[in-house]
Design a protein around this ligand. Structure first.
Ligand SMILES: [Zn+2]
Length: 100
């Protein structure tokens, strides 16, 4: 059963998509709530975001980008999730096109 956490009034700093929920994070195979400093992805534009102290998403700092790029396994997992977001958007777009 998915658990999401409220994130009222937050938006993506890249595309201004309005979030109302943050999905749970999986760490070492167990779900846990999101914490400040966690890295996530915008479900709309798929850019990499970092949660601030209020759990609002912000752009990563140069140092945080460096950390992501310096961990090939982690970076590859983020790229995999980005591809899923783009695929879902593509399929959703195809569905809308069929409806019209
Ligand atoms: Zn976005």
């Amino acid at each position: 059963m998915p658990e999401d956490y409220p994130a009222p009034g937050t938006e993506c700093p890249y595309c201004s998509y309005k979030f109302d929920l943050i999905g749970k994070l999986i760490e070492f195979g167990s779900p846990r709530p999101p914490y400040p400093g966690d890295i996530t992805l915008c479900i709309q534009c798929a850019n990499i975001l970092v949660l601030d102290i209020t759990l609002a998403p912000r752009r990563p700092t140069v140092s945080e980008w460096s950390d992501v790029l310096g961990n090939p396994q982690y970076f590859s997992e983020l790229k995999r999730i980005q591809r899923l977001i783009f695929a879902a958007k593509h399929l959703h777009g195809a569905h809308i096109a069929r409806m019209n």
